[in-house]
Ligand binder design. Structure first.
Ligand code: G6P
Length: 594
């Protein structure tokens, strides 16, 4: 999604804005632009494609100390120079993240303006310009902007002849970074970390005036509000590549550490687990909602919570759930899963649930994000900044969190012994061991990377893992990959199995092992290139070309061991295909539009 960076201060602004935008590349974008103030005027440069193209077109040494920059992920109008931000209309120059739903209606009332782009954002620039010429007071304009706009927006604004940057937000994230040298606006903390770790979080309908040595924040009524300064706790290194070729690989290898940190935060012993999870036992129905990988991890959670917690669990994709009729019990809980805590559809489900009086629990990575702030209760995972668009470490930490919920409920319901807690003690070592043997996964990648179709097969919890494994593969390598419930394949999709079609089967569930193996036999009989990931030996060697053996551990933690193998397969396949692994085409990390 779009990224915003602005700076006003004692240093030249162009290098700071460009490096800030580069730190936000992970959000996904297709064009980039900058507006900076010089002695004569506000200058604007925009380019389609990567930030590097924009950078090459700029004088990085420009005598300019205030500016705003933007990376655009196209929504209204195709990715091209004219649709890129910043947009300048009259005295107003803006960068925008979000979607203005009533832009056509607004446009109809702005007939005196001639629009150059197809964007909703240019309409906002025109609206602000019109109001500014009526009121001659930008603070007054910003305090009433919410009365005009329907939708989501984070805006960075320059006004001709004014020494300040202005910022306003509703439902799209925006922070204000504070440093001795000057002040920033940004969509996310990594953009400012090179210069400062101190920031204010702008809340919905708040707006701000940012000057080189001051920040004034206004509440939704236009009154000056006092806010506490926040400090980003993680190191800057946590958001850097640290010698790895890609963030995705670095984040895969960080998993032993961050998973263990997540575990330790919630279980030192049973007393501690009880303190952190208290109250969850009172629910008689749970809905789990998320998007993408967060939805997939919810499916794994469903298997574990139903089996051990003995509570009915329903899982759905947020963009479906929010438009579906639901029947809630009196003791119903909705668990919202989101790495970013800003995903528009997940946030909408949360707000709707609260309106209906349903209890909500958020499993979130980004501290202080909208979903974390608005849910009744939040369980933070400890993944740290995740930069690669394709999630790895956040997924695994979410998986652990759901496993801990199942553990707590299981102990509570008497299906699990408290001793199971010890199983989590060596989770970091177990994961490290599984990450050691990357050669076998590179070899598998070499076997499959040229194929056009790849299938993942599994049943029950293994099927849920297949869905994430398959998504990982297709999003970073652009190969067509599908996850199939092993028993369902023969009801149609088996027709796609040809000689040497790769089929990766995940088989960790003892109850259903033989059934899945029968399905493996069926695809082998049709010439499939079979790869099996299993926690047991497969005696019939004709059933696979490669067997990836993982240790047999308790089901509550076994899924994590499978997933690190699948993540590495996806990574190496993408690498062999020369893909842009950290920033796959068309994808965005934080999807703040519906
Ligand atoms: C995007 C990302 C996915 C992520 C999904 C949900 O599609 O590319 O990796 O799973 O959004 O994001 P969230 O921040 O809510 O977990």
């Amino acid at each position: 999604m779009c990224g915003i960076v602005g700076y006003v201060g004692k240093s030249k602004c162009v290098p700071k804005i460009i490096s800030g935008l580069e730190s936000l590349e992970y959000r996904g974008y297709d064009s980039a632009g900058i507006a900076y103030v010089t002695n004569e005027s506000i200058k604007i440069k925009k380019e389609q494609g990567r930030i590097k193209v924009l950078k090459d077109s700029l004088n990085m040494n420009e005598e300019s100390y205030m500016g705003i920059g933007h990376t655009r992920w196209a929504t209204h109008g195709k990715p091209c120079k004219v649709n890129s931000h910043p947009h300048q209309v009259g005295d107003i120059t803006i960068v925008h993240n979000g979607i203005i739903e009533n832009y056509e209606e607004l446009k109809n009332n702005l007939k005196e303006y001639k629009f150059k782009s197809e964007t909703d954002s240019e309409v906002v620039a025109a609206l602000i310009d019109k109001l500014y010429h009526e009121d001659k007071d930008i603070i007054k304009v910003l305090s009433k902007l919410k009365d005009y706009l329907i939708g989501s927006y984070a805006l960075g604004i320059l006004v001709n002849g004014d020494d300040n940057i202005y910022a306003i937000r509703k439902d799209s994230p925006l922070i204000i970074g504070i440093s001795e040298d000057g002040n920033f606006i940004a969509s996310d903390v990594p953009a400012i970390l090179e210069y400062t770790n101190m920031y204010y979080l702008l809340l919905n309908d708040e707006f701000a005036l940012i000057s080189k040595d001051d920040v004034v924040i206004y509440d939704k009524n236009g009154e000056i509000s006092t806010k506490s300064l926040m400090t980003f706790e993680g190191s800057k290194e946590a958001a850097m590549k640290n010698g790895y070729d890609h963030y995705m690989l670095k984040e895969i290898y960080e998993q032993p550490k961050v998973v263990m940190e997540t575990i330790k935060e919630y279980i030192l012993d049973y007393k501690h687990l009880k303190e952190r999870m208290k109250g969850l036992e009172k629910y008689d129905a749970i809905d789990i909602v998320g998007c993408g990988s967060a939805y997939h991890v919810g499916l794994v959670g469903k298997s574990l919570i139903m089996k051990y917690g003995k509570v009915p669990v329903y899982v759905d994709i947020a963009s479906e759930y929010r438009y579906t009729e639901h029947i809630y019990s009196k003791k119903h809980l909705i668990i919202l899963i989101s790495q970013s805590g800003e995903t528009a559809d997940t946030l909408a489900v949360l707000r709707e649930a609260k309106q209906q009086g349903i209890d909500t629990l958020a499993i979130v990575n980004v501290v202080g994000s909208s979903i974390a702030r608005e849910a009744h209760k939040v369980l933070y995972i400890k993944a740290g900044p995740e930069i690669a668009v394709a999630t790895t470490k956040a997924y695994l930490c979410q998986l652990m969190m759901l496993s801990l919920i199942a553990l707590y409920l299981g102990i509570n319901k008497g299906t699990l012994d408290k001793k199971i807690i010890n199983e989590y003690d060596n989770m970091d070592l177990l994961l490290e061991k599984e990450l050691e043997n990357k050669k076998e996964l590179e070899d598998i990648a070499k076997l499959i990377y040229k194929n056009k179709d790849i299938f993942y097969l599994g049943r029950k919890i293994d099927y849920s893992l297949c869905m994430e494994a398959s998504l990982k593969l297709k999003e970073v390598s652009y190969l067509h990959s599908e996850a199939y419930a092993a028993g369902e394949l023969k009801h149609g999709t088996i027709s796609l199995i040809e000689d040497k079609t790769p089929v990766i089967s995940i088989i960790t569930d003892d109850d259903i092992r033989l059934k899945t193996l029968s399905n493996v036999k069926e695809v082998c009989a049709r010439g499939a290139l079979s790869i099996i990931i299993s926690n047991e030996d497969v005696l019939d060697k004709s059933l696979y070309t490669k067997l990836i053996k993982i240790p047999k551990v308790h089901e509550l933690i076994g899924s994590a061991l499978v997933m690190v193998k699948c993540q590495l397969i996806a990574y190496y396949v993408a690498r062999l295909n020369g893909c842009d692994i950290d920033k796959p085409r068309n994808l965005a990390k934080s999807v703040t539009v519906e």
